[in-house]
Design a protein around this ligand. Sequence first.
Ligand SMILES: *Cc1c(COP(=O)(O)O)cnc(C)c1O
Length: 430
Amino acid sequence: MKVASTRGGAPVALSDAIVQGLAPDGGLYMPAPLTAPTALTGESLVERAQALLAPYFAGDRLAPHLHAMLTEAFTFDAKTHWLTDDTALLELFHGPTAAFKDFGARFLAAAMRRLVDGNSTTTVLVATSGDTGAAVASAFHQLSRFRVVILYPNGRVSPRQAHQLGAFADNVTALRVDGTFDDCQRIVKSAFADATLTARHRLVSANSISLGRLLPQMAYYAHASLSCIASGRGIPSFVVPTGNLGNAFACLLAREAGVPIDRVVVASNANRSVVNLLATGHYEPTTTVATVANAMDVGAPSNVERLMNRFGDLRGVVEGDSVDDDAIRASIALTFAQTGVAICPHTACGVEVLRRIRACGDSHSAGAWIVAATAHPSKFETIVEPLIGEVVPPPPALAELLTRPSHSIAIAPTLAALADQLARDHRWPA
Ligand SMILES: *Cc1c(COP(=O)(O)O)cnc(C)c1O
């Protein structure tokens, strides 16, 4: 399939868009709407992903590799965990860095290593509000011909996230920026807009603007929907904790591709720009507010441009609500008291939004509700553990990473500071 920028311009092959990330005109690449709904076959996540993604890759040079890429990337499952008869968590945190971004980052790495040629090193440049950086670092770690440079906002990611980002070593460099996530994202964008810098370091993007991350995320919605229907619970509605809007957009694309999905509801933290857009039809980026659900601390979500390009007036397409820190904490405590399940602060936004929908008398959903559980609660243990009064042990892969030494470099929130670091070879331990 050819894909086109949200800002016009000639369409390019999907694999070219995956390598480029952002379109040259500054827009975001969009897949064309499918002409017919996809017939989903198979039982496993990989089989269903293959059926769902094949139309997008049709005619592309990656098409013959799609199955191998999915098998390489999806080495762990997306589990639907029923808390009650009509409410589930879609556990997306069984990958190596314990957050949903492992799905997209690992698929992107599988695509990239088949697409970049030559022997010179390609630099994967990524801004992270917490989990992207680790997922991308893990996906590209020790992959020959690649290095990863991560920018994260100093003091605004959880202590475990910070440790994780700096713990990979080898071909991964973590830069802690004196600023917010939006500063990190702005610097990365200006690096890509700088043709000299981009060419010199062979910069490629791994942010959620990349179709190489977005498309594979559709797969777990299909997997969960079919499992829900097979269990006799009807066509599910999804609540998606939202920051940069990548995960929610993937859910909407899955529905557009014919996956049986009823309502799609985004759950934001106190960063309300998306929720305001849905309420007023008017988009106004805001400055970022720091919250306990830090991976969603985004005031100017890049994927808004995609959403508006595809769906125009969003009312009737997607709903949303915002959850402040007090309500996040209350939701973590209440969920644990009612179900014995510990959830992370991002997932708690989703659970709280669902609670409010039901408190208003949920009369028009077709079937059960599924909340995307975007990260493992142990990544945010300083918030979660005091609320539930129990220790939340990290899953094995995360536990292993946390025992390694961690190293990051402080930089100012400027392109010049980033350019200076890109010129150095930080491979460590030496
Ligand atoms: C990245 C992230 C989100 C937000 O996802 P977007 O695709 O940016 O909307 C939510 N929760 C967790 C744990 C994340 O890491």
